[in-house]
Design a protein around this ligand. Structure first.
Ligand code: EPZ
Length: 418
């Protein structure tokens, strides 16, 4: 299994171009099923979750491939409406295909993605949204069976602004008769990007990015669409955290600072100097950093849960103690024991972490067990003195296209061990 060998403790300096957003491209890949035509996706990141989505599209009968750096999908000949469990196991967010398969085929069978290291991750809100649009849905032996003769526009009030459930509702509503209003919708930038794609298909989508989204369904769609995916705000946050941990400076290109305000606020409160100019973001960390005060994760525009692990690792290099509260997932501090092995002062109590910045971290052999936990280990390793080896790279590559190359571009001493 591949490992990253990182020799930390040296200041960073470099430039890095940020990839397209994983959590934007995945729902768009699913939605590309509905037009029965061609979708070209530019700026898509080369991630294992993207490859898994392409495999699911092929299994459903689509043509789905990379072409000159873009993703090319032709869903004209798609015929199948079942995602086999062999594929849903590869990608927990396969439930993201539910609305699209229902919209296209009026019937769908997918395996419930099940819990993972972050927590139970039920899909009840997704199913509630599908039923609100006329689908009959039931779960049996770990599979979800759904059918819907004619989706009818309607009112959906989400009990929680679930990102995936909002996306599933938007996609199924795109092919519903009439107008759908989604209340308490997720407001993440990735929702806005999906709305832009659906509008390119000819769907009327209004209010994406607010808590109330309106979708006017259609019975036919534009057959040839291209879309450029927005930058990955969590990837950008992760590499900013690396500079905070190691000190130094960097310029990130192809970012959207407006999508990262809550994260940038924390880095500034830590004492990092940040300058945004168009789609570039520069960071300089000179001298010691300080605790930013409490950090609480929340749905957008709050502090994003996905940035919590890498930022917590950076907090180990800030003077003082920081209390971090995770409100989105019930088990998102599973990486803490690995940080403690490196000498990190991180105490967990339920969904709260208390992070002390007084101890010097040292290189260690550590293991990534989930995507953003692995990102936290990368941040800690570049700041720690000495050599670290991070195993479980397959988890990290679900969300970071080229972690070795990115860290090298920032001036870190990194080696990919096969
Ligand atoms: C999306 O997951 C992201 N994944 C996650 O990123 C991200 O952490 C999450 O949104 C929150 O921002 C993708 O976009 C592919 P949710 P999703 O539905 O849609 C509960 C990463 O690291 N919930 O907003 O699954 C759920 O258990 C990944 O890139 C229900 O109770 O997140 C969780 O506690 C990790 N019932 C909370 O809501 C449901 O039906 C937020 O989940 C759905 C969700």
């Amino acid at each position: 299994m591949q490992e990253l060998k990182i020799t930390g403790g040296r200041r960073l300096s470099g430039e890095l171009t940020i990839s397209g957003a994983k959590n934007a491209v995945l729902p768009i890949l699913a939605a590309s099923l509905i037009n029965g035509g061609v979708t070209v996706i530019e700026n898509a990141p080369r991630l294992t979750d993207v490859e898994s989505s392409l495999e699911i599209l092929r299994t459903l009968g689509c043509e789905a491939r990379w072409s000159q750096g873009n993703i090319y999908i032709d869903s004209q000949n798609a015929t199948r409406c079942r995602i086999p469990s062999s594929l849903t196991g590869k990608m927990r967010s396969s439930v993201i295909f539910l609305g699209a398969i229902l919209a296209r085929f009026r019937s769908a069978v997918i395996s419930a993605p099940g819990g993972c290291e972050l927590g139970a991750r039920p899909v009840d809100i997704h199913l509630r949204a599908m039923r609100a649009l006329g689908a009959s849905v039931y779960e049996l032996a770990g599979d979800i069976y759904a059918s819907c003769e004619e989706p009818q526009g309607g009112f959906i009030t989400l009990p929680f602004p679930s990102v995936g459930a909002t996306e599933n509702a938007m996609i199924l509503a795109s092919s519903a008769r009439g107008v759908t209003v989604i209340k308490n919708a997720a407001r993440e930038p990735e929702i806005r990007d999906l709305a832009d794609y659906l509008r390119a298909l000819g769907v009327g989508v209004y209010g994406a990015g607010t808590a109330n989204i309106t979708v006017s369904g259609r019975d036919s769609f534009n057959k040839y669409v291209s879309h450029r995916v927005i930058p990955d705000r969590i990837e950008a946050a992760t590499y900013l955290a690396c500079v905070c941990a190691a000190g130094g400076s960097a310029t990130l290109k192809c970012v959207r600072p407006d999508d990262m305000r809550s994260v940038l606020e924390v880095f500034r409160a830590m004492g990092a100097e940040l300058r945004a100019s168009g789609d570039e973001l520069s960071i300089a960390v000179n001298g010691s950093l300080r605790s930013p005060g409490g950090v609480v994760t929340a749905p957008f525009p709050g502090f994003p849960t996905d940035a919590q692990p890498p930022v917590c690792a950076a907090l180990l290099f800030c003077g003082g103690v920081t209390e971090v509260t995770e409100t989105i997932f019930e088990n998102r501090f599973s990486y803490a024991p690995e940080l403690r092995k490196m000498g990190g002062d991180i105490k967990i109590s339920g969904t709260r972490a208390s992070i002390g910045g007084g101890s010097a971290l040292h290189g260690e052999c550590v293991s990534a067990r989930d995507l953003r936990g692995g990102a936290a280990l990368m941040v800690a390793a570049v700041g720690a003195g000495g050599e670290s080896r991070i195993s479980g790279l397959e988890h990290i590559k679900r969300g970071y296209a080229d972690p070795e190359g990115a860290l090298k571009a920032l001036g870190a001493e990194v080696l990919l061990i096969q």
